[in-house]
Write a new protein. Structure first.
Length: 156
């Protein structure tokens, strides 16, 4: 009986420790005034071209780590994706994958590029399914960064 109780306590302790050690990754918003001004400017331009905002968010990112964003897309619809990174980062990348994990978009910008911290691309999905966009920025001076992602859809 003692062995059974001891064994049960041992398993309970191990299980509780493993559950506690599993960190949950949550997207946390951030705010940089200059980034919000850029986002508003890009939104204004795209809205004048007939796009509407479907989703947008500011997200706290970590340098050299991808931030995944999963979005449902409709076959044949015209979408515009925008990622705005911290202006002091040296590298910006966006990859997009379809439901079968096939990479359908890849864009890379460097700090010295004219529009370096903004990646914007159009996409018309061939199937109605979820897609995953992975944004990344590399900054040698800051570990915690702010990023801004937008998904727009053409309606006009």
């Amino acid at each position: 009986m003692k062995n059974q109780i001891l064994l049960t306590l041992l398993f309970a302790t191990l299980f509780a420790g493993s559950v506690k050690s599993q960190d949950i990754i949550r997207q946390r918003p951030c705010s940089l005034e200059s980034m919000l001004v850029q986002a508003d400017s890009v939104k204004s331009i795209l809205e004048s071209q007939g796009f509407i905002i479907v989703k947008e968010a500011s997200v706290t990112m970590e340098s050299e780590f991808e931030m995944p964003v999963i979005v449902p897309l409709t076959e044949g619809s015209w979408y515009q994706f925008v990622f705005i990174g911290d202006v002091t980062s040296k590298l910006y990348e966006v990859r997009m994958f379809d439901w079968n994990e096939k990479q359908v978009v890849y864009q890379k910008k460097m700090w010295g590029d004219v529009d370096g911290n903004v990646i914007s691309y159009s996409y018309i999905p061939k199937f109605t399914e979820y897609h995953m966009m992975k944004a990344l920025q590399v900054n040698k001076k800051k570990k915690n960064l702010c990023g801004y992602v937008m998904l727009l859809k053409k309606v006009k």
